[in-house]
Design a protein around this ligand. Structure first.
Ligand code: 3PY
Ligand code: MG
Length: 255
């Protein structure tokens, strides 16, 4: 399952990810069992996941034949290598604002000569089913680095970030982007300013031949993101899905 995300990206169909902030492996396992989810993302930035919960969750998602993605906290680049060792297929790094940030991220995501990842992929080796020398040769191709573009600086530097060898793509955070582009005036992740920024970022990623993902705050927005041609769309968070399910069931009960 480790190399599955890169393989699915090559097929060119949009991938829909669950997004887990609840640090309970069973939640990710439950969502991974839904046929409509291609992958599951575990969030260490705003969610409660930590290295330990992720290490325990990856095999449950893999048992469903699906790859896992993890988002690290801001600037936690040294955690990136450990997460790949634990068997995640992609790491999303938030607030990557410059080519220099992107180079630091790539250094921890890729083995030499692209980067400086240190050797020790113990669960990942078993999950990949590859002999060690093959893993070393192929990992840079299937351990994917997605740099979050969610500030004005990052938007201005998007071509330079995309040009960093060892960066496989970008991932847009519409909430932070809406805060940044309004100078802190408000939160409007579905608004026209953010939509224009998404169109621009998508065009730049396409021009660079790299991947682009986005977080969607609603199913309606996720559907639009699929139609717009994003490669990876995160469909809300686990807490939001739970709330929606509870509300739909309660509406049926209480009328
Ligand atoms: C954002 O919208 O800012 C995100 O980081 C999505 O989780
Ligand atoms: Mg954000």
């Amino acid at each position: 399952a480790v190399a599955a995300l890169a393989a699915r990206f090559r097929e060119g169909t949009p991938l829909v990810s669950a997004w887990c902030g609840i640090a309970e492996p069973a939640v990710a396992g439950l969502l991974a069992a839904e046929p409509g989810f291609d992958t599951v993302t575990l969030d260490m930035q705003h969610g409660a996941h930590d290295f330990d919960s992720i290490a325990r969750t990856v095999p449950l998602v893999a048992a469903r034949g699906k790859p896992t993605i993890a988002r690290v906290p801001v600037g936690a680049f040294s955690t990136v290598s450990r997460l790949f060792d634990a068997g995640v297929s992609a790491v999303i790094a938030p607030m990557v604002n410059s080519a220099e940030d992107a180079r630091q991220f790539a250094a921890f995501a890729k083995y030499p000569p692209l980067g400086a990842r240190s050797w020790g992929p113990l669960p990942a080796l078993a999950l990949s089913g590859l002999p060690a020398d093959s893993y070393l040769r192929e990992a840079n191709g299937f351990c994917l680095s997605l740099a979050m573009v969610e500030t004005r600086e990052a938007l201005d530097a998007v071509d330079a970030i995309l040009a960093v060898e060892g960066i496989d793509g970008i991932f847009i955070g519409p909430s932070d982007l809406s805060i940044a582009l309004s100078g802190g005036a408000g939160l409007d992740p579905g608004g026209s300013v953010v939509r224009a920024a998404l169109d621009h970022a998508r065009a730049r990623a396409r021009a660079a031949g790299k991947r682009i993902g986005v977080y969607a705050h609603s199913a309606a927005r996720a559907r639009e993101n699929v139609q717009e041609g994003f490669d990876l769309i995160a469909l809300m968070g686990d807490a939001g899905l739970l709330r929606l399910g509870a509300q739909a069931a309660l509406k049926e009960v209480r009328g």
